[in-house]
Design a protein around this ligand. Structure first.
Ligand SMILES: [Zn+2]
Ligand SMILES: [Zn+2]
Length: 83
């Protein structure tokens, strides 16, 4: 995952062989140093976290649906053993 700066350029654009952390594309006036776009709020959810959360939710939905199916099947067999 690449971290973007608030100026719109990736973190790599702010790394130079000369001293300084300003943006190599914007220049020192527009972007004097790298400012992570996602770090403005400490509790902000990163895109990677959302993907993990969605994957976990999808997995849970699949597992609980399979469990419900198994429960229904077991109950049916209990009620009519010779069916
Ligand atoms: Zn920048
Ligand atoms: Zn820039």
């Amino acid at each position: 995952m690449t971290t973007a700066c608030r100026c719109g350029h990736p973190e790599a654009a702010h790394e130079h062989y000369r001293p300084g952390t300003d943006c190599g594309a914007c220049g020192r006036e527009a972007c004097p140093h790298f400012r992570p776009a996602a770090a403005r709020r400490r509790w902000a959810v990163r895109p990677g976290d959302v993907v993990t959360l969605l994957a976990a939710a999808a997995w849970y939905a699949r597992v609980s649906a399979a469990a419900a199916r198994a429960r229904r099947r077991a109950r049916r067999q209990l009620w009519s053993p010779d069916a």
